[in-house]
Design a binder for this molecule. Structure first.
Ligand code: SF4
Length: 360
């Protein structure tokens, strides 16, 4: 696979228009037709479009320059219909994505990095370390593979695969801008979630973007903050990022972000780990910490794997924790961990990934 074969997915429409002007002496009219073709058909076959009918030579050039060839897909299917797939890039990097069937639609979980450098102790991806950031076109290629090679039509996209999305801020935001563009894939930003381990700089940068470009509606991107603890002592043990940005600083950044004032835009993910963070006093402490924020809570039962330090929580303690959070009037759901059979549950991506470290 040559890198050029997904190059079209790396351009916003504005950037594509600039490229068309400098390379072909053409403008947005022809660029927009290519953009539409890429995101509605998954190819660059523009010769049949009304915009290119009078210019066969240009169509030929554009089709050659932007020919789409998605990386090879490995597929695994589990019992409940959850499908994990991997894309292999030319440097050997292998990324992983998951298609999760919901009652009436499909959600696509994608990666922003190969591996992750944040070192959360409950996460399989952390064991890989950070191998590299994904480029915008590699992030979008995961959506394109799900849409055009696997025939799904994901309604929601969640950046919950490998990586801390805010550690790859620019590539992730450009991918969201491109995927939400009405003239292409047209996935509204309110259907896109960024899952962060509590990257305060990233939360602040997103807010700055919202302030600078209110018409782009960055405020509607959902934030899912992987919290997993009710105080700094436990959180710093589970998630080293908490030593950089402790919970007080995290809360202050969230209180300033528009997501904490918009209904349904802010979630806290809390993996329940027996003997670590599952006591009633932790639920009380959590309620206190969340005061002032319009946010929902997702409780995720810890799912042990081969090298796990902890066991899975029992039903009783899950129910108790859930009821204490609910007693504060806050919406709280206990999530089923989907895809256990294919290692696609939360924090399980990346375990089987391979990557040649010798390749620069
Ligand atoms: S939980 Fe997220 S941020 Fe933490 S190591 Fe895993 S992928 Fe990285």
């Amino acid at each position: 696979m040559s890198e050029g074969s997904i190059r079209g997915f790396g351009y916003s429409l504005d950037e594509l228009s600039i490229f068309f002007e400098s390379e072909y002496g053409k403008g947005p009219y022809h660029a927009e037709a290519l953009f539409r073709q890429l995101y509605t058909e998954g190819n660059a076959k523009v010769s049949g479009t009304r915009e290119y009918r009078p210019s066969a030579a240009l169509a030929e050039k554009v089709e050659r320059d932007f020919n789409v060839c998605l990386p090879e897909i490995d597929r695994t299917i589990d019992d409940s219909g959850t499908r994990k797939f991997s894309l292999s890039f030319e440097d050997g990097a292998l990324t992983e994505s998951v298609i999760i069937p919901m009652a009436e639609w499909e959600t696509l979980c994608i990666s922003s990095q190969v591996g992750c450098g944040r070192g959360c102790t409950f996460c399989e991806t952390a064991e890989m370390g950070l191998l590299r950031n994904l480029k915008t076109e590699e992030i979008i290629a995961q959506w394109a593979a799900a849409r055009f090679n696997m025939g799904t039509k994901p309604r929601n996209i969640v950046f919950m695969g490998m990586g801390e999305p805010f550690d790859n801020f620019d590539a992730v935001i450009l991918a969201i801008d491109i995927l939400s563009d009405q003239r292409g894939a047209a996935i509204p930003k309110r259907r896109i979630s960024i899952s962060t381990s509590g990257h305060v700089d990233g939360i602040r940068r997103l807010m700055e973007l919202e302030n600078r470009f209110p018409d782009r509606a960055y405020r509607t991107i959902h934030l899912a903050v992987s919290l997993n603890a009710s105080n700094d002592i436990i959180r710093s043990r589970l998630m080293p990022i908490n030593r950089v940005w402790p919970m007080k600083e995290l809360k202050s950044a969230l209180l300033n972000s528009p997501q904490s004032r918009i209904k349904d835009a802010l979630y806290f993910e809390y993996v329940i780990i027996p003997g670590v963070n599952d006591d009633i006093k932790h639920a009380d402490e959590l309620n206190l910490w969340m005061e002032g924020m319009e946010a929902k809570v997702n409780l995720i039962p810890y799912h042990p794997t081969g090298s796990s330090l902890w066991s899975a929580p029992d039903e009783e303690s899950l129910k108790l924790f859930h009821s204490v959070v609910r007693s504060s009037g806050r919406e709280c759901r206990t999530r089923k961990s989907r895809g256990k059979g294919i290692e696609a549950a939360c924090g399980m991506l990346g375990k089987n990934s391979r990557f040649s470290r010798s390749v620069p």
